[in-house]
Design a protein around this ligand. Structure first.
Ligand code: SF4
Ligand code: SF4
Length: 56
């Protein structure tokens, strides 16, 4: 399963630069992960200050 970003996201943008496959982009109210592109590496979860990305 791809990672997902919860509503806890504060749109800091840190995860976007860490994603090796560029699956993360800024959405309307939070950053979002393209499920078809995510390879579940966990890098986004590792850099997020509020632990918003998680595997489901
Ligand atoms: Fe990108 Fe890895 Fe996060 Fe998936 S788990 S969105 S591939 S950084
Ligand atoms: Fe949102 Fe966390 Fe990504 Fe920052 S690192 S944009 S808080 S998911």
């Amino acid at each position: 399963m791809a990672y997902k970003i919860s509503d806890d996201c504060i749109s800091c943008g840190a995860c976007e630069a860490e994603c090796p496959v560029n699956a993360i982009s800024a959405g309307d109210s939070k950053y979002v992960i393209d499920a078809d592109t995510c390879i579940e590496c966990g890098a986004c979860a590792g850099v997020c200050p509020v632990s918003a990305p998680s595997a489901e």
